[in-house]
Design a protein around this ligand. Structure first.
Ligand code: ZN
Length: 369
């Protein structure tokens, strides 16, 4: 008796050679499994119990042309089906492959079928990958647009209120700015807001102490814009702060939070469809999603808000590059990982340069009427 490894690999089994695979055997239609071995001799395969007192009858046997070997998928155990409906399962994938290769050219049906199946398997995998990319690239953005369009106006209000009350509970503290400073900043903010499609009443400026989030500003989907005392303290002049507020107004006008939330929901939806788990993930998303979405935007959304800020500042007769100076100073003083505004608004050199290059053009709101 020879061992598989001593045989030339591209030759068919000689009648005297015998290959043995370890595995388990399932009787026809039963989930019960019997620890067993599959022995291949010439063109004959048979499954024998692994442990037997004396000679035992074969559990299953067939000609190699009658069995059905599953295609190899990574390290998933192979299933070898017998005509009686029983199945032998083995994890010895390499040995099975070597055995199948040696049957090549002898015209056995199961080998020929396997050869034909491989290209089709690759095609199926390629199509699945292509569809996933297409869904990511086209279906999710399209779904986001539809979702934004059908979102009732009450939803951004509810999101804004719930996010603000969470932030007030866990992060923010009442502002310690004096009333005159708050009034002056609010007036500047309202003049900017009056130049937008949502108008003066579409936005509210709120003052808070940032605490752990430090020098920062962010917008909620309902038009609330929160400015921290720490950022006010860092600014050299009001144009710097107005530039940041105009940027936040841009996030609101473009409905970035809502888009971000639906985008994340869409991706989770795809993942859930693939994984089959819907319930708990949807709940997670509804409970925690709006908070995350309110505080993080995509890079494209940041650039869009930057452009909005430049256009709005120009229209208000203010210095559109002041925000860029503030970012540069923050980056110098706090370092790139300085947290605060830089954490939610990475002030990359590229972004600051883009602000400088932003050409003169009228203020435009793509998502508005
Ligand atoms: Zn931003």
């Amino acid at each position: 008796m020879s061992k598989a490894s001593t045989l030339p690999s591209e030759e068919a089994l000689a009648p005297s050679e015998r290959l043995v695979f370890q595995g388990v055997w399932h009787p026809p239609g039963a989930s019960r499994e019997v620890t067993s071995v599959l022995a291949a001799t010439g063109t004959r395969v048979e499954v024998m119990p692994a442990v037997a007192d004396g000679p035992a009858p074969a559990l299953a046997s067939a000609e190699t042309g009658e069995i059905d070997v599953s295609a190899r998928v990574g390290s998933i155990p192979r299933r070898i089906g017998f005509p009686d409906g029983s199945v032998f399962v083995t994890a010895e994938n390499d040995a099975v492959d070597a055995w199948l290769r040696r049957q090549r050219g002898r015209g056995y049906g199961f080998v020929a079928a396997l050869e034909r199946f491989h290209p089709r398997l690759f095609l199926v995998v390629a199509v699945v990958i292509a569809l996933s990319f297409a869904a990511y690239r086209f279906a999710v953005p399209a779904m986001v647009e539809v979702a934004v369009a059908v979102t009732p106006p009450v939803a951004p209000r509810l999101m804004g209120q719930s996010v603000l009350s969470s932030l007030d509970r866990i992060l923010l503290a009442p502002s310690q700015l004096d009333e005159a400073r708050k009034t002056a900043l609010t007036e500047g903010f309202r003049r900017l807001a009056a130049l937008t499609p949502r108008g003066r009443d579409g936005f509210t400026l709120l003052f808070r102490r940032g605490g752990r989030i430090g020098p920062n500003a962010f917008a909620l989907p309902d038009g609330s814009v929160i400015l921290t005392d720490e950022l006010v303290a860092l600014a050299d002049d009001d144009d710097e702060l107005m530039g940041v507020l105009a940027h936040e107004i841009g996030h609101v006008e473009h409905q970035h939070s809502l888009r971000r939330l639906y985008h994340v929901a869409g991706l989770s939806g795809l993942i859930m469809l693939a994984g089959g788990d819907i319930g708990s993930s949807v709940e997670d998303l509804l409970v925690h999603g709006s908070l995350l979405a309110a505080l993080s935007y995509s890079r494209d959304q940041e650039l869009e808000a930057d452009r909005y800020s430049v256009a709005l500042m120009r229209r208000a007769g203010r210095d559109p590059l002041a925000m860029g100076r503030l970012f540069e100073r923050l980056q110098k003083e706090l370092g790139v990982d300085g947290g605060g505004l830089l954490a939610t608004h990475p002030a990359t050199t590229e972004r600051i340069d883009a602000l400088r290059r932003e050409p003169e053009k009228p203020l435009r709101n793509e998502s508005g009427p």
